[in-house]
Ligand binder design. Sequence first.
Ligand SMILES: Cc1cc2nc3c(=O)[nH]c(=O)nc-3n(C[C@H](O)[C@H](O)[C@H](O)COP(=O)(O)OP(=O)(O)OC[C@H]3O[C@@H](n4cnc5c(N)ncnc54)[C@H](O)[C@@H]3O)c2cc1C
Ligand code: SF4
Length: 331
Amino acid sequence: MRNFTYYRPETVAQAVALLETKWGPTELLAGGTDLLDLQKEYVAQPERVVSLTGIRELSGIKVDASAITIGAGTKLAEIAEHPRLRDTVPALTTAAGEIGGPQIRNMGTLGGNLCQRNRCWYFRDEHVSCCLKGGNKCYALDGENQYHAIFTQGHKCVMVHPSTLAPALIALGATAQVQGPQGSRTIELAKFFQAPSSAGQREHVLAPNEVVLSVTIPLVGLQNASYEVRHKQSYDWPLVQAAVAFKLDAGRASDVRVVLGHVAPTPHIAAAAAKALEGKEVTEVTAAAAGKAATEGAKPLSQNGYKVKLVEVAVKRAILTAAHRKKYWEV
Ligand SMILES: Cc1cc2nc3c(=O)[nH]c(=O)nc-3n(C[C@H](O)[C@H](O)[C@H](O)COP(=O)(O)OP(=O)(O)OC[C@H]3O[C@@H](n4cnc5c(N)ncnc54)[C@H](O)[C@@H]3O)c2cc1C
Ligand code: SF4
């Protein structure tokens, strides 16, 4: 690991003042479960590391009648185990509870989860210089792409977004509060992520000198669930994830949101799936039709055609779980 200067500010304003206007020389550190790996792998080589661990205002969960606000420094384990959150936003607590293993969940934070770098193995290899590391080629396009995107249109980089909290938060209509040198602003989570195409971009739209403060989820009575298909039950990322949310009135769904994870460089909003379920009674048949519709526009690469079927299954199961029609797992 390259030597760096370590800073531990006590306020967000102090942290922001230490950041720069370009990515790379200075990095924020939260739980370190991603950044330190990248440093040890020589993929990130910051000269200055600004720890957020001394900033108390970033941690904690507040719940009132209309919203939940979760500080960016809140640990994933605390989110997964919070009783009120488990009752109201099971899509989020299920996703948080399935991340990595206990060590990762006890160190990893909400802000770090949303801002983590992608897991493409070419990106993580210090010797490979792909589009996101200053090169001009995506090695996954004609390489080992079994875990890469199936919704690839217009994207120069075909990695999949790694966060499993992101699809759940988008389905729940969450917003992020962020702070930079000009003050604070609010970003809809649905607009927080972008597909990067060069070394000058990240997987999100934050400026290099902005810090995520918190995430707010409106409480508007949505049934919700997240379903992941995984190779292994721990220490791995899902192959495909579906997060869904909808209102349920006399068995019929309205205000339907379906968001897919691990199939595109950003969380993928499956509008056709939402439309297929809107106004319908939630049954095995309508849930399966929404699953089929969720695959609209998929264009698999040479080795990941299997993900199309997984999308169908994950969406169907997430919908039936959210409507309490079926239970596929215990958490
Ligand atoms: C074996 C393993 C399995 C995993 N499985 C999953 C999984 O299934 N699903 C999943 O979603 N994740 C998974 N992860 C990733 C894990 O969730 C992330 O590593 C963790 O959430 C990152 O949080 P952190 O606080 O440790 O971030 P750090 O490593 O400290 O930071 C990560 C990035 O976020 C930036 N950052 C951190 N906080 C902020 C902030 N407040 N504002 C702006 N930028 C910030 C940092 O600068 C850095 O670039 C897994 C990780 C491992 C090692
Ligand atoms: S998928 Fe993205 S990160 Fe992976 S090799 Fe291609 S450009 Fe690089």
